[in-house]
Write a protein that binds this ligand. Structure first.
Ligand code: ZN
Length: 310
């Protein structure tokens, strides 16, 4: 057979190929249009910290494992050039007095006013093995990597990293049986006459979920939420930071009650919450970095706001 159709066939191939290339270029340009700012927050280092902490097993307040977690956190903060302090206190729990320890470290700016990045490093005590990869692990790993990645971030005000002990209830969550570390920290600052130095507090909790979905916590301070959500949208994290509301009681509440601006970044849409299945495989370093980038790129604006408020 002669192939009169062969020429048109070649033409069609060329047209199809050209069309494909044009589509690829347009798609690439569109992709390029999304801001892809990348902070120094390392997904890998954060994931390594999380693996190390989870590897210690369940880490409830006053356990041997949480003491090991504390040693690791302190050593890593020192490696990052910080001088961590331990705040030891006795907590009155429904099971009697428990020794608990908050860990704090500061990265000094030119002004003494404080912007605190916070999260809890204890895990809830259960009668099954609960390693809290997301609940207790993710916040501690995230804080460690934030402490490292802000080394060359120039802010006017001082950054403080606070790792809370005793966020979890010893029995059932009530105002008296929960957030021991943050309640103690507010009290400590108040007694020391330095509570008002704390100008803004960001709390993270359960931010390691592979399927990250952080809603706006309704009690949290509006100007902090506005800055964080504006940043998240400009970075393209619209799915991870939806414009939905939810109310959650957490370590930020004692600060709000004391009149300190505070926000809780928490993904409470987590099917493995307080179950034996809250394990490393449900988490992702990518999610830790997403929150890291959003907070990192929000800090300069929070810093400006804190400076102007004085
Ligand atoms: Zn919990």
């Amino acid at each position: 057979m002669k192939q009169p159709g062969s020429k048109p066939t070649y033409t069609w191939w060329i047209l199809a190929l050209t069309g494909f290339l044009v589509a690829a270029v347009v798609y690439g340009v569109q992709r390029g249009g999304v801001p892809t700012r990348n902070s120094p927050f390392s997904e890998q280092r954060a994931a390594d910290d999380l693996r190390t902490l989870v590897g210690l097993g369940p880490r409830p307040a006053a356990s041997e494992a949480i003491a090991k977690a504390r040693s690791y956190i302190v050593a890593e903060l020192e490696k990052a050039g910080l001088k961590p302090q331990l705040d030891e206190f006795e907590a009155h729990t429904p099971r009697g007095l428990r020794k608990m320890v908050n860990i704090r470290a500061v990265r000094r700016g030119s002004k003494p006013a404080l912007i605190a990045l916070t999260g809890h490093y204890d895990t809830k005590i259960f009668d099954f093995s609960f390693v809290g990869a997301n609940d207790g692990g993710s916040s501690a790993a995230w804080l460690l990597e934030m402490a490292r990645s802000t080394a060359s971030l120039r802010l006017e005000n001082t950054l403080e990293f606070v790792f809370f002990d005793g966020e979890e209830a010893v029995l059932e969550w009530t105002d008296q049986d929960s957030v021991y570390g943050s309640r103690y920290d507010v009290d400590r600052r108040y007694r020391g006459g330095v509570l008002r130095d704390l100008k803004a507090l960001i709390l993270v909790d359960m931010i390691g979920d592979k399927d990250l979905n952080i809603k706006k916590e309704t009690q949290s301070t509006t100007w902090l939420k506005n800055i964080l959500w504006n940043t998240s949208q400009s970075l393209g994290y619209t799915k991870e930071f939806p414009n939905d509301d939810q109310e959650i009681s957490d370590d930020h509440v004692p600060y709000l009650r004391a009149g300190i601006p505070a926000v809780d970044l928490i993904d409470f849409d987590y099917p493995y919450w307080h179950t034996a299945a809250d394990t490393l495989d449900k988490t992702s370093g990518r999610s830790l970095k997403t929150v890291g980038d959003v907070v990192y790129f929000s800090l300069p604006e929070i810093d400006r706001r804190v400076s102007q408020a004085k």
